[in-house]
Every structure is written in structure tokens, then in C-alpha cells.
Design a protein around this ligand. Structure first.
Ligand code: C2E
Ligand code: CA
Ligand code: CA
Ligand code: CA
Length: 281
């Protein structure tokens, strides 16, 4: 019922309507899911590549939808980010991950203590209350701040490098560890990189995939590891699926690894079973 000229606004496009409606419904569902407690965390072991032991976990959120079953984060994190729901959801993730880490540090003590990694989204990182939220979660869980690791992507940090630097210094002053997640996929400026108080670079799965098969990926992984070394940072490789990739990373003296080769992300119960076994890979 309207002109289809160049530059016209297609308010009546039925497919647009369907998309907008689906989004709107999903937003309402997400809001209710938070109120009803439909989210759970799964935990993926982070393994020392020299010792083969569990040195920590990454907390990964899942939505247990009453009809659709388990919904992976890629299907709701970006909507949660756009609508701002990521802030209360992220607070819940921090509280739950800290509660779990505190409980595990007492039930399954380790020397050195295991770390808990928590992903922080852009909106959360920019929120003025984040540091308070983190410190409250640590206190409530009786968790040592030195065993919490926050994962922040390069692109989040580079949106406002100076503000990021200030926020990161505050976290460091509380002894909280910082990881640059998905390293290599963004556009980090190397001059900033050395100023950020970052403990660990996490090599993105897309480079680990090609290790030993494609010379470019192999060279990039080697370069990231030597860059990290010269900046005094540690390196974790994500998405390790094969023995071959693990051996390559060990040869490159990569510190830690995560991936299906060791373990998929596990429910709390399965993670506790694994902690009880204290496996060596
Ligand atoms: P990410 O932070 O890069 O997390 C790693 C993802 O790779 C996880 O997917 C994990 O299950 C998957 N993965 C681990 N090892 C392997 C492997 O060997 N092979 C393959 N194919 N995949 C592997 P997941 O849990 O679906 O999470 C996807 C993304 O959603 C995460 O990517 C992260 O960006 C985001 N996310 C997950 N949980 C949270 C959260 O609590 N807060 C925020 N802000 N983001 C989250
Ligand atoms: Ca991550
Ligand atoms: Ca990652
Ligand atoms: Ca990734």
C-alpha cells in the first residue's frame, strides 16, 4: 500500500514485520526467563598444557527454555546486548560463577588455586557499576579475587581505549585477572596492548583450527605466543579439538588450552565429577 521508490521506507514489508515481532517476543521471553531462573552455567575446563591438569574453568551461559530446550548463547546474547538485558543477565552470571568457584575452592582445593573465567559483554564492561557488581559477587561467594578472570574481547577494549585502561587498572588493583578473548580477530593496536594490564591472551579458535594444516594460521599462533611472551603475558588457546593441535601448541610453549579434545563445557554435576577424578590429560 505504498510506493516502492528508491529510498522508500518499507514499513509494511511483511518479512520485516515478522522479524520485528520475533525479536519482540524473544525480548519478552528473555525477560521472563531471568525472572523464572531459566539460565544455567556450564563450565569448560582450562587445562595446563605442561601439566595436563585442570587449572580453571570458563563459565558459559545456557538458557533452558521450557519448550525449546537448551538454547545456545549465540542465539540470545546479542539480543540481550541490544536490549540491555545483558546487564542483569551478566550480573547473574557473575554471581553464579563466583558462588560455584567459591564452593569448589573449598570442596576441591588445589595448589595453585583454580581460576574461574567469566565473559564480560560490551554493555556490561561500559556500565559504571561493573566493579561494584564484581566485588559484591566475590564477597557474597567468599571467593578470592585473585582466582577470578574476566574475559574481554579486543573490540570491546578498543571502543574506548582510555576508559578501558582505567577500568582494567581498577580490576587489577583488586588482584582480578584479565584476559583478552578471541585475540587476533579484532584490531588491537599493539601500542595499546602493552599498556593494558592484561594477564593472558586467548588465541581464537579460528587460528587453532588451522594449526599444522595451514601455514598462515600456524604462523599467526606462533606470532601471538611470542608477542605474549615478550609482553610478559600468558597464552590460552581455545577450540583445541585434536591431539595434533594440542601437540603443536605444546611445542610452541603455549601455557593453557581449552577445547573438545579435553572436555566440552559441562553441567555443574559433570564438572564436579571431573574435579573429583582430578584427571591428567
Ligand atoms: P567464547 O567466549 O569464545 O567461548 C568459547 C565457545 O567455544 C563456547 O561456545 C564453547 O562451548 C565453544 N567451544 C569450546 N571448545 C570448543 C571446541 O573444541 N570446538 C568447538 N567447535 N567449540 C568449542 P558457547 O558456550 O556456545 O558460547 C559462545 C559465545 O557466547 C562465547 O564465545 C561468548 O562470546 C558468548 N558467551 C557465552 N557465555 C557468556 C556469558 O556468560 N556472558 C557473555 N557476555 N557472553 C557469553
Ligand atoms: Ca570467552
Ligand atoms: Ca573466546
Ligand atoms: Ca572464540
Amino acid at each position: 500500500a505504498k510506493a516502492k521508490g528508491e529510498g522508500s521506507i518499507e514499513i509494511f514489508d511483511p518479512s520485516m514485520n515478522a522479524k520485528a515481532l520475533a525479536r519482540f517476543q524473544m525480548e519478552g521471553e528473555l525477560r521472563r526467563a531471568l525472572e523464572r531462573g531459566e539460565f544455567v552455567l556450564h563450565y569448560q575446563p582450562v587445562v595446563g598444557l605442561d601439566t595436563g591438569r585442570i587449572e580453571g574453568f570458563e563459565a558459559l551461559v545456557r538458557w533452558i527454555h521450557p519448550e525449546r530446550g537448551m538454547v545456545p548463547p549465540l542465539e540470545f546474547i546479542s539480543l540481550a546486548e541490544e536490549t540491555g538485558l545483558i546487564v542483569p543477565l551478566g550480573t547473574w552470571v557473575l554471581e553464579e560463577a563466583c558462588r560455584q568457584a567459591g564452593a569448589w575452592s573449598r570442596a576441591f582445593p588445589a595448589d595453585p588455586p583454580r581460576l574461574m573465567n567469566v565473559n564480560i559483554s560490551a554493555r556490561q564492561f561500559q556500565h559504571k557499576d561493573l566493579i561494584e557488581t564484581v566485588l559484591d559477587a566475590l564477597r557474597a561467594a567468599r571467593m578470592d579475587p585473585g582466582t577470578l578472570k574476566l574475559e574481554i574481547t579486543e573490540s570491546i577494549m578498543m571502543r574506548d581505549p582510555l576508559a578501558s585502561l582505567e577500568a582494567m587498572k581498577t580490576f587489577k588493583s583488586h588482584n582480578i585477572h584479565l584476559v583478552i578473548d578471541d585475540f587476533g580477530t579484532g584490531y588491537s593496536s599493539l601500542s595499546y596492548l602493552k599498556r593494558f594490564p592484561v594477564d593472558t591472551l586467548k588465541v581464537d579458535k579460528s587460528f587453532v583450527d588451522g594449526l599444522g594444516k595451514d601455514p598462515e594460521s600456524t604462523a599467526i599462533v606462533a606470532a601471538i605466543i611470542s608477542l605474549a611472551r615478550s609482553l610478559g603475558m600468558r597464552v590460552t588457546a581455545e577450540g583445541i579439538e585434536t591431539m595434533d593441535q594440542m601437540v603443536h601448541l605444546q611445542k610452541l610453549a603455549c601455557d593453557q588450552g581449552q577445547g573438545y579434545h579435553f572436555s566440552r563445557p559441562l553441567s555443574r554435576e559433570k564438572a564436579e565429577e571431573l574435579l573429583g577424578q582430578d584427571p591428567r590429560w
